[in-house]
Write a protein that binds this ligand. Structure first.
Ligand code: FSA
Length: 433
């Protein structure tokens, strides 16, 4: 493609910034990114103190044909974290514990995560003492009732997510990409020509931006701009922070990530505010409004009280010394699942000049180093055939979609919840900081 051709990216979140970076690095000179918020957007899932990164083999699907695809994806993402100077400062190879505590959870650990007592890359932890010994004395003081799982000491850990997101944005800007935010970047609709080709986007301020190619990287809000034929389910997860003392931050430095696939996860406190993030794990929350047939994201810097209870239960099992500490911050964090949890990165089959970059499906962030490269490959018509097949437009997989499918997740009530059932009084009331 002509490096002078004009390109609009809708969305300056994780995938929009990654795409901007990859376009700029390949020499595209006429790239504009539109978003309601400046980077890091308060509603981007990537605007987070940390995300889990695992090198090596991770499969989000039970289909062996996909195995290959997850390995290609993982290899490329990992290359970015361990060798791209833009991203290496943010990766902390601290190790990773993946575990469960009920028979069904342990079964899932085996079948889906592939972790068993005989795994070669994970040491098996089978007693509470085994768990407590993975971190310095004084951190894991809990009783770990029924917990079992695997510990990978190297080749996995966490990334400073916001740092990586801002770095991608800054580098893309330095290379000439223009970011337009506020009402002038807040895309309300796609523009099309009479023959149905997409010609750009119109924003809340009434500005019309036209381009040769439009890339839709609007995450969970994409279905509001384009009929996604039920291929995306906007779903939210919940996270809370607690403030740690200076001494605690020192004690908690360089901890491995601890993830119980049916109750939650945490990693070390962040370096800026000394806050520990805890996520309660569950199949997610949708937000189906009575009048619509789809889940519509909204932003909120609070979490349901039931999520607070789950976070505190997780703390009670692992670090009871922290279980009653007030939250200093919380929010819901939106993502969008495709039916098979593979990404959806493809040219639109009917709307010419439109490229889709959506469907992170709960594992999108760790690919910030590489995912934009797939988007540009698809735009240029050179995407690897295996990825092309996995990432294709596939409405046939979403016919009569079961919006309550847990999609290989567990935790909480072990079903997809809906914010409509939470009620106005059912939320935390954490003071804004
Ligand atoms: O396995 C991982 O990389 C953790 S993904 C983090 C998470 O909160 C999931 O636990 C959740 O199920 C959802 O997919 C959103 O992301």
């Amino acid at each position: 493609m002509d490096l002078d051709s004009s390109i609009i990216i809708i969305g300056a979140g994780t995938w929009g910034c990654s795409t901007a970076l990859h376009l700029a690095r390949r020499g595209y000179k006429n790239v504009i990114v539109l978003d309601r918020f400046p980077v890091p957007s308060p509603i981007s899932a990537g605007n987070d103190i940390n995300k889990i990164v695992e090198e090596g083999s991770f499969s989000s699907s039970d289909d062996p044909e996909d195995e290959d695809v997850s390995n290609i994806l993982l290899d490329l993402a990992t290359k970015g974290w361990i060798s791209d100077p833009l991203f290496t400062p943010f990766y902390h190879d601290t190790g990773y514990i993946v575990c469960a505590h009920t028979p069904a959870g342990l079964e899932q650990l085996t079948t889906h995560e592939g972790i068993t007592p005989s795994s070669t890359d994970f040491e098996w932890l089978s007693t509470p003492a085994d768990f407590r010994a993975t971190m310095p004395p004084g951190v894991l003081t809990g009783s770990f009732p029924g917990w079992k799982g695997g510990f990978k000491r190297k080749g996995a850990g966490w990334v400073f997510a916001r740092g990586a997101l801002v770095a991608a944005y800054e580098e893309a800007s330095r290379l000439g990409v223009i970011f337009i935010t506020g009402p002038d970047g807040d895309v309300k609709s796609l523009l099309s020509s009479p023959d149905g080709a997409i010609t750009g986007a119109e924003t809340a301020s009434g500005s019309k931006y036209t381009a040769d190619t439009t890339i839709l990287a609007a995450g969970a809000t994409a279905p509001q701009l384009l009929d996604m034929k039920d291929q995306l389910r906007p779903t939210a997860w919940t996270l809370a922070h607690i403030k740690m003392s200076k001494e605690e931050c020192a004690l908690y430095k360089n901890l491995p990530v601890l993830f119980n696939i049916e109750s939650g996860f945490f990693m070390e406190p962040d370096a800026t505010n000394g806050e520990l993030k805890i996520c309660d794990e569950h199949p997610g929350y949708t937000s189906f409004l009575p009048a619509t047939k789809t889940s519509i994201p909204f932003s909120k810097h609070q979490i349901p009280l039931e999520a607070e209870t789950r976070v505190r239960e997780f703390l009670a099992d692992t670090m009871p010394q922290l279980k009653d500490r007030p939250f200093s911050f919380a929010r819901i964090c939106w993502c969008a699942d495709t039916p098979d949890r593979n990404f959806l990165i493809c040219r639109h089959p009917e709307k010419k000049n439109l490229v889709l970059a959506v469907g992170g499906s709960g594992h999108g962030f760790m690919h910030i180093t590489s995912v934009g490269g797939f988007v540009v490959d698809e735009m240029e018509g050179v995407l690897d055939a295996r990825l092309k097949k996995a990432f294709r437009w596939r409405p046939e997989t979403a016919i009569a979609r079961d919006w309550t499918d847990v999609q290989n997740r567990r935790g909480g009530p072990n079903r997809v919840m809906d914010f409509g059932d939470v009620g106005e009084e059912g939320w935390t009331a954490i003071p804004a900081r």
